[in-house]
Design a protein around this ligand. Structure first.
Ligand SMILES: Nc1nc2c(ncn2[C@@H]2O[C@H](COP(=O)(O)OP(=O)(O)OP(=O)(O)O)[C@@H](O)[C@H]2O)c(=O)[nH]1
Ligand SMILES: [Mg+2]
Length: 366
């Protein structure tokens, strides 16, 4: 699952990408090749389990980010998203928009003034505009296919045309495809077009290091003006986060550094990564042991047998049952033996819907 990072030129995409992936992609003006990297999904439960089991390794879930250089023709000026750039976005599972709030006269801005919320609106419009173009192209193809079509083929085309016209009209009135009501049939039809406004969206405001005290206000404004069903938002300072990531110090030092910078609570970066994971509709089940404590990403609603297949195909094929306890029960009992004693270890079958934070041991036979 990949999340494409987009935004106006020089808004801090690569900086935030580096912070999230703890990478060192070059932050250079108008970079022109995409960077791919993975970010560990922060999970406080794994940190606690690590302390309990002292495993040889602890493995966090990951999300993959794609840092795409700004389109050569420039975004945010309604010149359209097209070509290779559009292909990148269509292939992505979610889109992350970065909008610049930091003030820095040495970094040029296409609009020559800084207004993150204006830029967010423009980016959202760019996505809408790209979808309208995709829909128009398809409608034209449908129109051409009418010549010579008859019977059931003609009926199918008529139906497709009506659907596309309706979606287009709603999009024109400002409703993203993800917020439109579509039937399962229509969903299937639309999945072929990879419309950008049907994808989950994360919107991040990149604040300056001198705006740390404004981050909370920015988040409040994001929550009221931008957030929606399947649009998640966060504000953070990309530059500070990248410097912290590249220093690579331990958690305590990092907390101290944050405190001296006046940043308290969960870091915006961690929230951005967690929100990205949630936007992809992913949750984690956990496995524990002396070898390894690990978070396994699964799609929300997945059944136990299928989830077991994430660990190994043999576990899915030969699935007998899962022994499941909740993370909270393990925490309050402290040991596996105590969980058993109190009758909190459940036996679950193939169709059990795995929950976020379930600690699961799979019994199988191949
Ligand atoms: N002062 C300040 N500068 C920042 C911040 N974030 C990014 N910058 C600077 O802005 C410039 C552009 O940052 P990048 O991360 O390369 O931006 P980008 O969006 O990847 O740029 P392109 O890929 O060229 O479109 C660099 O000089 C960064 O150091 C920030 O939070 N504060
Ligand atoms: Mg860049």
């Amino acid at each position: 699952m990949e999340i494409a990072i987009i935004g106006l030129p020089q808004c801090g995409k690569t900086t935030i990408f580096n912070a999230a992936t703890r990478g060192a992609a070059e932050v250079v003006a108008y970079a022109n090749k995409p960077n791919i990297g993975v970010a560990k999904v922060p999970d406080g439960r794994l940190d606690v389990l690590e302390g309990m089991f002292k495993p040889k390794r602890t493995v966090y879930a990951e999300v993959t980010y794609l840092d795409i250089p700004a389109a050569p023709e420039g975004l945010g000026k309604t010149q359209g998203i097209s070509g290779e750039y559009l292909n990148f976005l269509q292939r992505a599972d979610a889109i992350l928009i970065v909008a610049r709030a930091f003030e820095d006269p040495s970094v040029p801005h296409v609009a020559e003034s800084i207004d993150a919320f204006r830029d967010i609106d423009n980016m959202l419009y760019e996505l809408t505009f790209a979808d309208l173009e995709i829909l128009e192209r398809r409608l034209k193809r449908v129109d051409d296919s009418f010549k010579g079509a008859r019977g059931t083929e003609r009926d199918a085309l008529t139906k497709e045309q009506a659907t596309l016209e309706r979606i287009k009209a709603e999009l024109e009135s400002g409703v993203h495809v993800r917020d439109q009501t579509v039937t399962e049939d229509e969903k299937r039809l639309l999945s072929g077009f990879q419309l950008l406004t049907s994808k989950p969206l994360i919107v991040v405001v990149n604040a300056g290091e001198d705006q740390l005290d404004q981050i909370a206000d920015m988040e409040t404004r994001l929550a009221t003006e931008v957030e929606g069903s399947n649009i998640k938002t966060a504000a953070l300072c990309g530059k500070v986060e990248m410097e912290l990531a590249q220093m690579g110090q331990d958690a305590e030092e990092e907390a101290d550094f944050r405190a001296t910078m006046g940043v308290t609570g969960e870091s915006g970066l961690n929230r951005m990564i967690s929100l990205s994971y949630a936007a992809l509709n992913l949750i984690s089940f956990l496995t524990v042991g002396e070898d390894e404590c690990r978070a396994w990403p699964i799609t929300k609603g997945m059944a136990a047998q299928q989830a077991a297949g994430k660990i190994h195909t043999d576990l899915e094929r030969g699935f007998i049952r899962g022994e499941v306890m909740t993370y909270d029960d393990l925490c309050s009992c402290r040991t596996l033996a105590e969980v058993r004693k109190r009758g909190l270890l459940r036996q679950e079958g193939k169709t059990y819907t795995v929950q976020d934070g379930d600690i699961m041991n799979i019994l199988f036979n191949v």
